[in-house]
Design a protein around this ligand. Structure first.
Ligand code: 5RP
Length: 231
């Protein structure tokens, strides 16, 4: 990865950690940007910060355990005070495409119950329109070909995501079909349309879920808040 992009990810992720306070339940995102936040939170915990984390993937769970962050699941709390996660694309309304790291399902569940969702990363994530980045659609393995067909009918130019020549299997045992819509004019409508296809578990459009964006442009932070979020 480009060295500047990596340091922008680190700068923004660590800045977001200023919002992590004692006693909070914290959603731990997935991806290279979110990992910087998990490591920083681990350091703060080792210095005495008391929080409980809910990870968004097996990968993040492992990292958080290694960092000594106490973890819980939704049997202990239905709400999360603050989540720090990354994004593949973010537009001017703070709507996003996520799931480049195949963790969109857990990430969306976590985001949906987070009072504050901070998105971190490099300025390279900002777009005018969502859709240049392939939109991941998580599907159950049974009948994935049927869903694929429907995605073709929606002009999604779908591709089954592979790992070493085999379908990539998500943490929940599902497959990912990446769609190349190129320019998504009506993200909320498309999100709903996709989730109505039988066999689709979730898709990577995150609409009205980000409450604060903290991205870095070199050494500068670009901060933007979204006004309304009530849980
Ligand atoms: C994982 C994600 C990531 O947040 C997204 O892919 C961004 O990753 P990175 O911070 O490595 O650029 O949605 O499913």
């Amino acid at each position: 990865m480009n060295k500047n992009v990596t340091s922008e990810k680190q700068l923004s992720a660590e800045a977001a950690c200023d919002f992590v306070k004692d006693g909070m339940i914290v959603g731990l995102g997935t991806g290279t940007s979110a990992e910087f936040a998990v490591r920083k939170i681990g350091k703060l915990v080792s210095e005495g910060l008391s929080i409980k984390g809910i990870p968004t993937s097996n990968r993040t769970k492992k990292l958080a355990e290694n960092e000594g962050i106490p973890l819980i699941d939704f049997s202990e709390s239905m709400f999360i005070d603050l989540t720090i996660d990354g994004a593949d694309e973010i537009d001017g309304n703070l709507n996003m495409i996520k799931g480049g790291g195949a963790a969109l399902l857990q990430e969306k569940i976590v985001a949906s119950v987070s009072r504050t969702e901070i998105i971190v990363g490099s300025k390279t994530k900002i777009v005018d329109h969502l859709g240049a980045f392939p939109l991941p659609v998580e599907v159950i393995p049974f009948g994935w070909q049927v869903v694929f067909n429907q995605l073709e009918s929606l002009h999604g130019n779908p591709d089954l995501r592979l790992n070493n020549g085999q379908p990539l299997v998500t943490d929940q045992g599902n497959y990912i079909i990446d769609c190349h819509f190129r320019k998504i004019e009506t993200p909320k409508l498309l999100e709903n349309q996709l989730n109505l296809i039988p066999g689709v578990v979730e898709n990577g459009l995150f609409i009205n879920l980000c409450t604060k964006m903290i991205l870095a442009d070199g050494e500068q932070l670009i901060v933007k808040d979204r006004k309304i979020k009530t849980i």
